[in-house]
Design a binder for this molecule. Structure first.
Ligand code: UDX
Length: 452
């Protein structure tokens, strides 16, 4: 019997976290079944069709499905019953007041309770969904206890194990995480989850650090990490605006800042703001929770404020370069919230396009993956094109909102050949300004006022 033979894993929720985490478990030898309430997702997965675009996901999932290590089901209760560790990976979307909607987490907790009610075997419940401090112990635990008739810490274990994966790198981050956080009430459950992760290594093959803390600390680590990363981005964006006034390149400044080993160079790239399913939601959730418990959080409020200003600031740069937007055709490249994903949640493309449209511009948009999803966000009269060339052809100027490699690879000569005027305004510092200048392009990017 191998190490993994006595652990069978169920993962509830077939989103980024559930699928990428599931792949991590199967690749370490743990048989895993992932469930979802959307039956088409489950059927598609069995046929090798992924619910979203994520690099490297399809090939690896298909391999694990074919080998029988990874299975998919719509039946939560049966799947949970056949496993002895259940990871809750369902979404916690924002409600109107910024707080997290725990409806799905509650429903899964109920299913777990029902599933383990008549089981004699010890079961570990692991909350992976992002939840605020106290949620695991005050909401998940009592629901599982109520529906199972069992006592936590005794007849079943409860763990909080946050996920830190980035979309676009979800597979890599799940196979080689920077760290594993295990929030636990008791050692038995903590050790069982520790065993699942102890074979995980970083890219160099060294073991990944595993930190055991109390459950509430694990819950807060996720929010604190995302809030600090969002703070770094808003910080760089604020300095970008200062740099523009002095004609200093913010990328030089942040390179100099990031070389300090206490700071590090990552997440200091100025741009048109952060989007996605985590940063805006998580920082908002912290602000609204802090308000409820009467704690002042001016830093987090400022991080969100700067992030709201930045897309509008980008539009003012565009207007500064091209003047009156009335009737101008803009080739708008990049609709997803960042490259390598078709996710448009909180994408900065939306406020930028809305404002450009209000100012009279005609939008011609292209994204390698996200056009369909973006279409469902807005009914503005946008022309969606099937290629970069089609977007650029005859447009008055080009705007870059996310730095997909496809956009990086556009030759300056292509802009010159297809645009009416060779004007490129870059929200992500996609190009080398010197190259653009020597090619005769009017190029302007966030964080340096100079028109190269
Ligand atoms: C993030 C966290 O990185 C991850 O650990 C967490 O679990 C979920 O949230 P993700 O939302 O996938 O991951 O994207 P990330 O790569 O972190 O980028 C978030 C946003 O910040 C994007 O809109 C990106 O364009 C922006 N960003 C990122 C910047 O503007 N500048 C940077 O330097 C880095």
């Amino acid at each position: 019997m191998t190490e993994a033979d006595d652990i069978n894993i169920s993962v509830i929720g077939m989103g980024y976290v559930g699928l990428a985490s599931g792949l991590g478990y199967t690749s370490h030898g743990y048989r895993t079944t992932i469930t979802d309430i959307i039956s088409s997702r489950v059927e598609n997965l069995k046929k090798g069709i992924m619910p979203f675009f994520e690099p490297h996901l399809q090939g690896l999932v298909n391999k694990e499905v074919e080998s029988g290590m990874l299975r998919a089901s719509t039946n939560n209760i049966e799947t949970i019953r056949e496993s002895n560790v259940t990871f809750i990976c369902v979404g916690t979307p924002s409600l109107h007041d910024g707080s997290a909607d725990l409806k799905f987490v509650r429903e899964v907790a109920k299913d777990i309770g029902i599933a383990i009610r008549d089981k004699r075997e010890y079961h570990v419940v692991v909350v992976k969904s992002t939840v605020l401090p106290c949620t695991t112990e005050s909401i998940v635990l009592p629901v599982v206890e109520e529906f199972s008739g069992k006592k936590a810490g005794d007849e079943f274990g409860i763990i909080m194990n946050p996920e830190f994966l980035r979309q676009g790198q979800a597979v890599h981050d799940s196979l080689h995480p920077d760290r594993i956080i295990i929030g636990q009430m008791d050692d038995r459950a903590g050790e069982m989850v520790h065993r699942i992760y102890e074979g995980y290594t970083d890219e160099k093959g060294d073991p990944v650090p595993i930190l055991h803390v109390e459950i509430k600390a694990a819950e807060l680590i996720k929010y604190a990490a995302n809030s600090l990363l969002a703070t770094k981005i808003s910080f760089a964006n604020e300095f970008a605006r200062i740099c523009e006034k002095f004609n200093i390149d913010v990328y030089d400044v942040m390179k100099g800042v990031g070389l300090d080993s206490r700071i590090n160079p990552l997440f200091l790239n100025a741009g048109c703001g952060f989007g996605g399913s985590c940063f805006p939601k998580d920082v908002n959730a912290i602000v609204s929770m802090a308000e409820a418990i009467e704690v002042e959080t001016p830093i987090m409020e400022a991080v969100l404020h700067t992030n709201d200003i930045q897309p509008m600031h980008f539009v003012s740069i565009i207007e500064d370069v091209v003047g009156d937007l009335e009737g101008k055709v803009v080739a708008f490249l990049g609709l997803s919230f960042k490259p390598d994903t078709d996710d448009v949640r909180e994408t900065r493309a939306l406020p930028i396009i809305q404002k450009l449209y209000l100012e009279g511009a005609r939008i011609r948009a292209y994204d390698p993956q996200a056009s369909d999803r973006f279409r469902s966000l807005t009914d503005l009269p946008i022309t969606y094109t099937d290629s970069i060339e089609e977007a650029l052809d005859g447009a008055d100027f080009a705007v870059i909102q996310s730095d997909w490699n496809d956009f990086r690879n556009i030759e300056p000569a292509t802009f010159k050949r297809l645009l009416r005027e060779p004007v490129v305004i870059d929200g992500r510092r996609t190009y080398d300004p010197k190259e653009m200048k020597s090619a005769g392009i009017t190029y302007r990017a966030i964080g340096w006022k100079n028109t190269w």
